[in-house]
Structures are given as C-alpha cells and as structure tokens.
Design a protein around this ligand. Structure first.
Ligand code: GLC
Length: 799
C-alpha cells in the first residue's frame, strides 16, 4: 500500500539535523549533517530572508528584484537555543529553527502567537534534465488562512484553493483563470487571525504556488531551478506587508508627471498622421479631457523600432509639436524584436556589438514577431541596456515624444510552442551567465528598465513615462503597466477590476486595463461601465485592437459620450487627490487601490469580497459589472460613508443595494474626509489652478487628510519644492474645526480654498478663520465659503 506520506516524500530530499551554527553580523548559517545550509538574514525586525543551499555552496547573491535602496537594520536581535530549537528574536518576530530538521516556525514577538509554520519546510528534488535542484517549500495553512496577491492573475481576490504558475506569457484574449499570463510576481500576502504576513519567493525560474489546492491545509511553492530564496515579511497590517515588500523590491523612483494620470487614448493603430490629428481634434471639440495619444506599431517603417513610416508620418517632429500645442502628449510603442535587415541601423549596431541573444551552441536567437524574423537584444547585459537607452535620444530629445510603451517583452515569439524563446537561449544576466530558464521572467523587466533609463536621461528635466506589458517583481521601480490583451466582455470588466486591485496589492500600483476591452468590441453600455471603473484605476487608458471597430468615447452615441465625459471629468477633478495617493505610494509603498480586505482585514466579511475597493484612502468605489443594471448589491465596509452623488449617509458593515443607473455608479466618501479637487481641464496644465476646492465631509470625532502638490513634473520636489497640507478635522455636536499644517517650499498657483462642507449636523451661527469671523451672510443653504489657503484653523460654530 502506498501511503500519502510516501507519495509526498517521493523523490524529495530533506535537510537532516543541524550540526553547526554560525553568526555573521545580521546573518546566521545553519548547516545540516547532509550539507544543507540555511542562510537566515535579519533584514529588518519584521523581514527575514531564508536561503538554502543543498551543496554547502551558494550561488552568487544576485537579484533583479531587490532594490539597492531597501532598508536594512533592526532594533533588536537575540539568538538563544534550547534542546530542540535555535530561537531568533527581533523586536517584531520570534523565529524557531528546529535542530532536528531545519524546519522553521515564526511567532509574533508581542503576543507569541503563531504566524507561519513549515510543514515539510524546505525540500528539493535533483533535476536530472538541467542539473541543480527543483527547490520546494511547504507551509501549514493556519485556521481560516487566506491568500492574496501574485500580480496579474485573472481570478478572484482570494487565492485560497488555487494553484498558479509564474512564467511571463503573451496571452492574447486570456480568460478568467488563464494561468500564467503576462507577469511573474511571486509575492503573496497571507491573513489569519486578523494578522498578516507576506512571502516573496525571489526566484526567477518558472515557479508555482499552491494555496491549499493540492492538499487542504498546505500551502507550498516551488521553482524549476535556482535557489530556495524567499523573504518573510510581517505586518501584522496588510498595508504594512505590501509596504515592506515595496521597500525590498523598490518603489517608483519618482512620482509620475501629473499628465500621466490623465486620460489616455490608444488604438492599434492610429495612422496616418491625419487620423491622429482628427482624433485629437475630436477630443477638444467634444470637450472630453485627454492627455495622451498612442502610436502603435504602424507608425514605424515596416515595424522597425526607432524608425518612422515616411508615408504615414512624414514629419513626426512637427506632428508631435502640434499635438503638444493642443495639450496632447505622444507615446510610442517599442518592442524588443529587431528586424533582421542589414540596411537597418539598429540591427547593424546590435550585430556589430554582439548585443543579440544567442542559442546554446552559438547561433542567434531568431524569432518571428511583427516585423518578421528578428533578433532580440539581451537586456540582461548592462552594455546592451546602455546602448538601448541611448537609442531613445532622437525620439525623445529631437522629435519630442513624451513616453514609451514596451510591448511583446515576455519576450513574445510568434508561431512557436511556448510563444517565447526556447530554454537553451543564453543570457548575460549581469555577468551571471545563464539560460533562458532563469532569464525569461526578468527579460521584459530589463527591457523596461533600459527604456526607463533612456527616457529619464533624454526627458530631463521632465519626468519620464514608460509602460510595460511584461514584468517581474521590482519592475514597479521603472514603469507603469497594463493588463494586456483582454476582451470586450462583461466578465473581462470584472477581471480588470480584480487585476488592478491585485496589482496594487502586489506592490505595482501604477496599473490599469485596456478600457473597453482589447479584442472584440464593447457595446455602449459596457464601454460606459468600463470607463466608470477605469477612471478609478491608477492608469487610465482606452485601447483596442482596432479590427473590430472604433472605441473612442464618441462612437457609441451621444448619451454614452455624455456619460464617458462626465466620468473622465470626475477623474480630472480628483487629480490632486490621485496625485496625493501616488505620492504616498511612491514614498511609502501604500497601495493606490485597496481591496476591502486590505482596507479592513479585521472584518471577516471583507476576506472574500471582489468588486468593491477603496480608491486612495477615502473613496469607496464599486463598478457595475452586469448589463441592464439599475444598481447593485455591494458590501459597504464598516464606518459611515457619504454617498458621493447626494451626500446621504450609509452605515457600513453590511451588504446593501445601491442605485446606479447607467449614468451613475456606487461611489462613497469616508466620513471625515477632505477631498481636494481641481477644476475640469481638457488636459493637465490647460488652466492655471486659481482655487483648490476642498470637499469636507463632516465626522463626529477626528479624521485627518492630506493634499500633496508640486510642479507636477520635474524633480524640484525632491529638493523640498513641494506643498504638503495636512488637515485635521474635529467634529462635535455643534462645531467643526479644521486645522491645517503646511510643509514644503512649493508655492501653489492658487491663493484660496473653496470649502464645501457636507453633512453638518447643526445650523451655522458663525465661522472663524484664524480667530477672525468671516462674513457668512451670503451662505444660502449649501455651506460653501472661500478662505485663504494659508489658514491655520477654520472654526465653524453651530447655533
Ligand atoms: C500586443 C499588445 C497590444 C498592441 C498589439 C500591437 O497585442 O498587447 O496592446 O496593440 O500588440 O502592437
């Protein structure tokens, strides 16, 4: 009879008992009798790194994911031992390493509760095919433990019961549950007993995660090569876990320029030039705000990167300039495949310098993409990245293009099994030469990195803008992203919602979907509902494959156009709010969208919610994801919320029906919030902001809000030229006080705030600004007044 346990152990090798232990500053080495070494590094009090070698020797310690700016250091470290365990104690965690079998268990240092515990722990199988090991880890799933994260997986928020693969894959018209798709982000957050921790498995080989799918109470992860090398990050707050992860893998190196948070319009493809101009003109004519237009592959000469079609774009510099005069930024696509063509400079340079990827025995890696047969730069070679980044000089500096869109960088190869390079392709991997098995998942990331550095250099003193399709952990440092080739269906609208939330939870907040769907065509209702969702995504772009009809805001009839305009206008009004959340994301790694579980992990009702999310800190949004809806049921999280449309109050903590006809959607504002708003502009910078509106939502008690501003582009903010306003609101039975604390050296263009107060529970008898009464005789019902922006205290007194 074969017992389960025998199957589990089949082919697997395990560490035996620990025979020696050594400490080197922040790193401990435990060696087993069978020569397994566990290298345990105390990165921070709440972050531990576990790395295992099965031979006693470690690979060179190199990772594309880990940021050079990751914080290191701890407040407390104590190592003791008893008969059975080594015990490592930091100010946040207690970690036991079993002397018998190297298994670990981790406890909260505050209350000694169990957080995470090995089942089989580290084990491995030797890989006869490739050498090295298939490295594995299994953990016990704790009671009611749930799992979130993993990048772009097109499934429900909660990953429990499912198995996934991390292998960056071109996935045209992917579907709910397709796995893997474009991104490999081997990081998840687990939650049980209201406490949360994260695991980042920093291994770029094809890897797998199993969340109680194969075995009901076991979570495991493994990779087809490389080392078992993972980081354990403790919260106990989920936000803290994600923030720890982005501390480790990096945050964007700067806030995006404000225009990048505007509305973007894309299609495969807008050409010739006259078509691009028509589109631009139509936006302005119909007064639909828009900041960026995209040129897909047809702008090039025969799909050769860094060239322009002479026929369709005879004078790109002039066109880009004219678009800029009308407030449009131009963004162009650049793919990795370089056409094999001896007359083509980029190809010639790549060949002369030996910059293209090669197969194991020496021939070039040849593959078919849009231009036909191509060679592919090895972006894992620093010299290649440098060369690539310099290729952008003309596009950016001379022609004036404002952003670059990296696509097909999985790398996608047409008409071959696996849709990518074969395993034997060789890569430089920054001097750690390896095969494509190891480099595949990071290839697109390194392309985006090289592109980013080029744009950064040539856009200076402006901030660069890059968008990528493929990504590995850490790619968020360089670029924004979108979720790839989705489909114009209602289910895809819901998938887009999930994916954007999941990307934010996975440390990569600057993300959005192809609004309206890439493949096939939405009807007006679906398009309008998708716009409603899309304006609340950090990245907001309509894109479509173009062969199924048009997808501009005006093609579905005037009533849909009006709805689309209305929602894009809301996004433009909320730009200072969104910019502030970006500032928080860039500075602290706080996700821009918060799934309800991330917003209130202590409420078990949130653990399986999918549709509702918090946009920034204070705005609750729930898209309508079905046709013919007049509203929907949704879960309103705990607390008091104002309906955005009519300021009625909802008490959260339960599911409720919310009306939302086609021109509306459920939006709620957290009580106590102060939401900053700009006037509607047709593009960022169209108007000088002469007044900042502050929508104040009364709360009985205290709440704080903030508004971050700067020049909206450039780097001066890094030298202190920013304006940060912290508002503390205190609401009482018959008074409301708002105090403002201002920091930073940036002088905003406006002199006054227009304050709109919602939900005051009393009639106003007087209003004082910095102890001076202001004239309120003109108040007529709606409580709106204008006060100087430098006020310190606003005091509204009831009758
Ligand atoms: C890929 C991209 C898509 C783009 C198309 C043509 O399918 O995902 O966004 O439009 O290639 O470049």
């Amino acid at each position: 009879m074969i017992l389960n346990t025998e199957l589990e152990y089949k082919g697997n090798l395990f560490p035996s008992k620990i025979i020696s232990y050594k400490k080197d500053i922040d790193t401990l080495y435990f060696t087993s009798e069978n020569n397994v070494v566990l290298q345990l590094t105390i990165e921070r009090d709440s972050v531990l790194r576990f790395r295992y070698s099965t031979t006693g020797i470690f690979d060179t310690d190199f990772s594309y994911a880990i940021s050079q700016f990751a914080n290191k250091g701890f407040n407390h470290l104590e190592i003791t031992e008893n008969d059975t365990n080594y015990i490592i104690t930091t100010s946040k965690l207690i970690c036991h390493i079993s002397k018998l079998d190297m298994r670990k268990s981790i406890y909260d240092a505050k209350d000694s509760s169990l957080i995470c515990e090995d089942e089989l722990g580290f084990h491995w199988e030797e890989s006869y095919e490739f050498g090295g090991d298939i490295v594995k880890m299994s953990l016990k799933s704790q009671q009611s433990e749930n799992y979130y994260g993993l990048g772009d997986k097109p499934v429900e928020n909660n990953l429990k019961g499912k198995r996934f693969q991390n292998w960056v894959t071109d996935s045209y018209a992917f579907d709910r549950g397709t796995d893997p798709i474009y991104k490999a982000i081997p990081f998840y957050t687990a939650l049980h007993h209201a406490k949360s921790y994260g695991i980042f498995f920093d291994n770029s080989f094809r890897s797998y995660f199993d969340f109680c799918h194969e075995r009901r109470n076991i979570t495991s992860f493994w990779a087809q090569g490389g080392e078992m090398n993972y980081y354990f990050m403790y919260g106990p707050d989920m936000t803290e876990v994600v923030s720890n992860y982005t501390d480790l893998t990096g945050r964007p190196q700067h806030i995006p320029p404000l225009w990048a948070l505007g509305y973007h319009q894309c299609k495969w493809s807008y050409y010739p030039e006259s078509k691009v101009k028509d589109i631009a003109a139509k936006f302005r004519e119909l007064k639909i705000p828009c900041d960026a237009l995209y040129l897909d592959i047809d702008y090039m000469e025969g799909f050769r990167c860094f060239t322009w079609s002479k026929e369709h774009f005879p004078n790109p510099k002039k066109m880009v300039k004219e678009l800029a005069n009308d407030g449009f930024k131009t963004i162009v696509i650049i793919d990795p495949g370089i056409k094999i063509d001896k007359e083509y400079t980029v190809f010639k340079e790549g060949l002369e310098n030996d910059f293209f990827c090669k197969r194991a025995d020496g021939p070039y890696m040849k593959g078919k993409v849009w231009p036909g047969e191509c060679y592919f730069p090895d972006f894992t070679n620093p010299k290649v990245r440098d060369w690539w980044s310099n290729l952008f000089k003309e596009l950016i500096e001379d022609i004036g293009v404002n952003g670059v869109w990296n696509d097909m960088n999985e790398p996608a190869v047409m008409d071959v099994p696996g849709k990518s390079f074969p395993n034997d392709v060789r890569h430089n991997y920054d001097g750690n030469h390896c095969s494509h098995r190891k480099a595949h998942n990071i290839y697109g990331m390194q392309m985006a990195r090289a592109t980013y550095h080029g744009l950064k250099k040539f856009s200076y003193p402006k901030r660069p803008f890059v968008i990528t399709r493929a990504a590995y952990s850490g790619t968020q440092r360089y670029t924004s992203t979108w979720t790839g080739d989705n489909v114009a269906t209602w289910d895809h609208l819901s998938i887009a919602n999930q994916q954007a939330q999941r990307m934010c939870m996975s440390g990569f907040s600057f993300a959005g979907s192809d609004i309206g769907g890439f493949a096939e065509q939405p009807n007006g209702e679906l398009f309008a509902r998708w716009i409603q969702l899309g304006v609340f995504h950090p990245f907001c772009r309509v894109h479509s494959s173009g062969d199924h009809g048009d997808q501009e805001p005006w093609v579905f009839g005037s009533s849909i156009t009006a709805i689309v305009r209305k929602f894009i206008e809301i996004r433009y009004q909320l730009l200072p709010y969104l910019y502030t959340t970006f500032w928080r994301y860039v500075g602290e790694g706080i996700p821009i969208l918060k799934s309800l579980v991330l917003f209130d992990q202590e409420d078990p009702h949130t653990h399986y919610r999918n549709d509702e999310f918090i946009f920034g800190e204070k705005i609750l949004v729930c898209p309508i994801i079905e046709p013919n809806a007049k509203g929907r049921r949704m879960y309103i999280p705990r607390g008091r919320w104002y309906n955005f449309w009519d300021n009625t109050i909802e008490i959260g903590g339960e599911e409720k029906w919310v009306d939302a006809d086609i021109d509306s959607m459920p939006i709620f504002i957290k009580e106590g919030a102060i939401i900053p708003k700009y006037p509607i502009q047709q593009y960022v910078g169209e108007k000088v902001i002469e007044q900042l509106e502050l929508d104040v939502y009364f709360k009985m008690g205290k709440e704080s809000s903030e508004v971050y501003e700067d020049a909206h582009d450039g780097y001066d903010y890094k030298k202190g030229r920013y304006s940060l306003r912290n508002f503390n609101q205190v609401g009482k039975n018959n008074s409301l006080t708002i105090q403002q604390f201002k920091s930073g050296k940036y002088a905003t263009s406006y002199a006054t705030f227009k304050i709109n107060v919602h939900g005051l529970p009393f009639k106003i008898s007087s209003v004082e600004v910095d102890n001076e009464k202001i004239d309120i005789t003109k108040l007529n019902g709606d409580v709106t007044f204008i006060i100087p922006k430098e006020f310190r205290e606003l005091y509204i007194i009831g009758k």
